[in-house]
Design a protein around this ligand. Structure first.
Ligand code: MLT
Length: 264
C-alpha cells in the first residue's frame, strides 16, 4: 500500500492510471475510497492519486496535532513533492475543497487545474460554529453509528442508491473519533476564502448536486462567478456526494475539464 512519509505523519494514498497527476481530496468524515468510481473512469487520462488526509482512512492516527485546513494543505504540498510531480490537477470535495483553496493560496504554482466539488468558499456562520462543537460532543456521547445516521440524511437525498448509502456509512463509522473531533474544530475555525477566488489563475470547474443541502448550489454559483473563467455544472437529482451518486455524469465533466487542461 502506498504511503508518503511526510513531516509528523504518514499519509496513505490510492493510485490508479497513468499520465499527468490528478490529486483527489475527500470530504468529512470520509476517506479516499469515495473517489474509486472516478479513479476507475479517469485512469486512462490521469495518474489518479486519492489521498487519505492526515488522521483519516489508512493514514496514521493523529496525536495532538491540529487538523486545520492550512495543515492539511501543507501535507498536500509534501505529498506532491513525494509523488515527484511538478504540479497536479486538484479534484476536491467539500472539506477537501476547503483544503484545496488553502493550498491554492499557499503554493498556487503546484496546482495545474482545480475542480471544486460540492464545496463552498465562505466560512462557518456563528450558528454553524456552534453546531460543530455540538456534533463533536454528540459523537463522543452517542457514537459514530448515530453520527453516520444523522450525516447520511444531510449528505444524500432520499432517493440516493442503497450502495452509496452503505459506502457512506462504512466510511463514517470507520473514521477515528479523534479525527472527527479535530476535523470539526479545524472546519469551525477555517477562514473565508471568497476574497482569494479572483486570484485563482488556473482552469477551474465547479460541480454541485442540485439537491446539495450542505454546500448548496448558491455557494457554488458564487465560487464559479468569482474565479476567472470557471465553469459551473449542476448535477440534477444529486445531493452532496455527486462523484459517488452520479459517477458517470461527474466523470464526463471531469474528463472534459482535464482534457481542456492538457490540450494545446
Ligand atoms: C464535508 O462533506 O466535507 C463536510 O461535511 C463539509 C462541512 O461540514 O462543512
Amino acid at each position: 500500500m502506498p504511503y508518503a512519509h511526510i513531516p509528523g505523519t504518514r499519509l496513505h494514498y490510492r493510485e490508479r492510471g497513468s499520465g499527468p497527476t490528478a490529486l483527489m481530496v475527500h470530504g468529512f468524515p470520509l476517506d479516499s475510497t469515495m473517489w474509486i468510481d472516478q479513479m476507475d473512469r479517469l485512469a486512462d487520462v490521469r495518474r489518479c492519486i486519492a489521498v487519505d488526509l492526515r488522521g483519516f482512512g489508512l493514514s496514521d492516527p493523529i496525536g495532538d496535532e491540529s487538523l486545520d485546513m492550512q495543515s492539511h494543505a501543507r501535507d498536500l504540498v509534501e505529498l506532491v513533492d513525494h509523488l515527484g510531480a511538478d504540479a497536479v490537477d486538484v479534484i476536491a470535495l467539500s472539506m477537501g475543497g476547503y483544503v484545496a483553496m488553502a493550498m491554492a493560496r499557499l503554493r498556487p504554482e503546484l496546482i495545474r487545474s482545480l475542480a471544486l466539488v460540492d464545496t463552498r468558499a465562505e466560512a462557518d456562520s456563528e450558528d454553524g460554529r456552534v453546531s460543530r462543537d455540538a456534533m463533536a460532543a454528540a459523537v463522543l456521547a452517542d457514537g459514530r453509528r448515530a453520527l453516520a445516521a444523522t450525516l447520511e440524511t444531510v449528505l444524500l437525498p432520499p432517493a440516493a442508491a442503497l450502495n452509496v448509502r452503505a459506502r457512506i456509512r462504512t466510511m463514517i463509522e470507520a473514521c477515528r473519533y479523534e479525527t472527527i473531533v479535530a476535523a470539526l474544530a479545524g472546519m469551525r475555525d477555517r477562514s473565508d476564502q471568497r476574497e482569494a477566488l479572483p486570484r485563482i489563475g488556473v482552469p477551474t470547474t465547479v460541480i454541485v448536486g442540485e439537491l446539495d443541502v450542505l454546500t448548496p448550489p448558491e455557494s457554488s454559483r458564487v465560487m464559479a462567478a468569482s474565479v476567472p473563467g470557471a465553469a459551473l455544472h449542476v448535477i440534477p437529482g444529486a445531493g452532496h456526494m455527486t462523484p459517488m451518486e452520479a459517477p458517470d455524469a461527474v466523470a464526463a465533466i471531469l474528463r472534459a475539464h482535464l482534457d481542456g487542461v492538457t490540450s494545446p
